[in-house]
Design a protein. Sequence first.
Length: 246
Amino acid sequence: MSYKTEELLAVCIARLIRARPTRHIAVGAASPVPAAAAWLCVKQGDPLHLSLLHKRSGNPFTDGSRELFDLTGQGRIDLFFLGGGQIDGQANINLIGTGAWPGLEVRFPGSFGSAFMYYMSGRTILFREEHSPRVLVDRVAHISAPGTSEPGVFRRGHAQALVTGRCVFDFHPDLGRFSLASYHAGESVESIRAMTGFEFDVPEGVGETPAPSDAELALLRGAVCDEMLETYPDFCARVFERKAAA
């Protein structure tokens, strides 16, 4: 069965979610691919609790991000998702901008609570569909949230992985480096190196990212889309080719 890139990325993230014990996942605003991945895990029977900040109805948050930060500070969020205008090889993310401080050359949406969530979530999956030297850089222009911390600094978790439109990287906080976990169909180790601005390790035996199964695609296009139609109507129309009832 053919599939779209967004469907592959949702399946990749779902597999990463299940790779470690996970009870409570929080998904920030405007994150349809991570949301689809989390719902996929639920529809496959995983006993997960989802807190979806962007959900239009039935949202458990009555005071927005403040409640999300409270839960995270209490150690009750096992997994969060972050992206960045830039991401570097040490898993630092930049949501500020490029050029000299204050980063006015190209402006990004702003750091908001990214540093707090990066430190205090049990772990973080980094996600950015665009995979180019413009985004994946040797060193970010400004650090919104650091990938690693100095010894003695309290930090509950680090990045688990980075999922892009070309590959999946694992992150190793003890080394402060990424390693290539798999490359998507049509890519290779060489093409990933050419399109990545930072150095990364390549373990022996790295191969192609497994394609979504027919069962995974059926769930995404069916039960998962049912859950997402109200909150992400444009995404569901574009990726799953379904529209909410008038």
